[in-house]
Design a protein around this ligand. Structure first.
Ligand SMILES: [Zn+2]
Length: 350
C-alpha cells in the first residue's frame, strides 16, 4: 500500500519525537532537497495546519530562507580555508533559486564564484565542529536540524564521526541527509537512517512545496537498526521489571549490556529513565487516558497502575543522586548494581 511522503514523514516524526535521522535520496535533478526542506519546516513549525507547515510563523520563515540559528548545514567543499566563510552563503543563494541543484553544478559554482577547482568533500573537521555545537542547547527551535547535503561526499573518517552521533543522538535533534546515491554512504550509517527514495521522474521543474499527493513517485525503507530511544525504552522496561521482581540474573545481564556502550552510556540511559519516570509521575497526577496507545504507553499504563506517586518520586530521587556520582566518575558498574538494590527496597517498602 502506498502512503504519501507527507503522511510518512508525519508518522516518522510522531514515532521518534525527540530525535531522528532521515535520508532523502534519488538521482540528480529530483526534488529530494525540496522534500527534505519541507520536512525540516514540518519539524519546527509552530502552527501546523492540517499537519502541514504554515509557511508564515517565525520558524517557517527562517527555515524557508535557510537562515535559522538551529539549522546547521554541512556541504561538500574543497579543503581550503579561504573559501570557508563565503561558501555557505553562495550555496544558499543557489539552492534557493534552484532546489534541484546537483553536485556537478555545485562544483562549477565553486570554481566560478569561490575560485577553486579542488574536489569538494565533507571532511571530519566539519563533523567535529557540529558535534561540539550539539553539546550546547538549542537556541530557539523545537528540533535542531543538521542538514547534510550530498552526504555521499562524507569521507570515511567523517562518516565514522557522524555514525557516533547517530548512535547516541542528542535530544531534540534531527539529522537530515540528502544524497543522490545511497549506496555510496557507508553501510553502518545508511542502516541507521530512515530512507525516503525520491524518484527522478516526478518533475524537472523546481517547486516551492513538493507535490506530496503523487504517491507513486516515492518509496520508503525503514532503518534496519533499532532507534536508540526504542532500545533505551526496552532496557528501561527490563530494569524496572528486574528491580520489581528482584531478578538478579536479569539485572546482571542488563548491567553488562550497558557497560558495553560507549562512554557516558550509563549516564544517557539513566537520564532517559529519569525522563520516563517523570512522565509516569505526570501521567499519574493528570490521570489522562487519551495518550496514544502504542507499546510504550501500554507498559507505562500497567506500570503506573501498581505504583503510588510517592514510590515514583523515591525512585527518581535515587536515580538522580546516582547520576550525580556518575558525573563525578564513580565506578559505573558497581554504582548501577547498588542503585538497583536500593530500587528493590523502594519497590518492596512501598
Ligand atoms: Zn510555521
Amino acid at each position: 500500500m502506498h502512503i504519501s511522503p507527507k503522511i510518512y514523514i508525519q508518522n516518522l516524526i510522531k514515532k521518534n519525537n525527540s530525535s531522528g535521522s532521515i535520508l532523502f535520496y534519488g538521482l540528480n535533478n529530483g526534488p529530494k532537497f525540496s522534500l527534505a526542506h519541507y520536512a525540516i519546516q514540518m519539524l519546527n513549525c509552530y502552527q501546523l495546519k492540517n499537519q502541514e507547515p504554515c509557511g508564515v510563523c517565525n520558524a517557517c520563515v527562517k527555515l524557508k530562507a535557510l537562515n535559522h540559528p538551529d539549522l546547521h548545514i554541512i556541504l561538500p567543499l574543497p579543503n581550503e580555508k579561504k573559501i570557508d566563510g563565503r561558501a555557505l552563503a553562495v550555496w544558499k543563494k543557489h539552492i534557493i533559486k534552484n532546489n534541484q541543484l546537483n553536485f556537478e553544478e555545485w562544483k562549477k559554482i565553486i570554481a566560478s564564484e569561490l575560485g577553486t577547482e579542488k574536489e569538494p568533500a565533507i571532511i571530519s573537521e566539519k563533523i567535529s565542529q557540529i558535534s561540539s555545537i550539539l553539546k550546547l542547547r538549542n537556541f530557539e527551535a523545537k528540533k535542531r536540524i543538521v542538514l547534510i547535503w550530498y552526504a555521499e561526499k562524507l569521507n570515511p573518517i567523517a562518516s565514522n564521526k557522524i555514525l557516533k552521533m547517530l548512535e547516541e543522538p542528542p535530544d531534540k535533534t534531527y539529522f537530515i541527509f540528502v544524497a543522490s546515491d545511497k549506496d555510496e554512504l557507508i553501510d553502518t550509517v545508511r542502516s541507521r537512517l530512515e530512507r525516503i527514495h525520491v524518484k527522478e521522474k516526478i518533475s524537472a521543474q523546481n517547486y516551492v512545496t513538493p507535490n506530496t499527493s503523487k504517491e507513486s513517485d516515492y518509496s520508503f525503507e525503514s532503518n534496519t537498526s533499532e532507534s536508540p530511544a526504542d532500545e533505551n525504552f526496552k532496557k528501561f522496561q527490563t530494569w524496572m521489571r528486574a528491580c520489581h521482581s528482584k531478578n538478579i540474573v536479569e539485572l546482571s545481564g542488563l548491567n553488562l549490556e550497558i557497560s558495553k556502550r560507549k562512554k557516558r552510556g550509563y549516564q544517557s540511559f539513566m537520564n532517559f529513565c529519569v525522563n520516563k519516570l517523570s512522565f509516569c509521575c505526570r501521567y499519574i497526577v493528570q490521570n489522562k487516558e487519551h495518550a496514544p496507545s502504542n507499546e510504550e504507553m501500554v507498559f507505562i499504563r500497567k506500570f503506573c497502575k501498581h505504583l503510588k506517586l510517592k514510590t515514583l518520586v523515591l525512585l527518581l530521587e535515587e536515580i538522580e543522586s546516582s547520576i550525580y556520582y556518575l558525573e563525578r566518575n564513580a565506578n559505573s558498574k558497581i554504582l548501577f548494581l547498588s542503585l538497583s538494590i536500593n530500587l528493590f527496597k523502594i519497590f518492596d517498602e512501598n
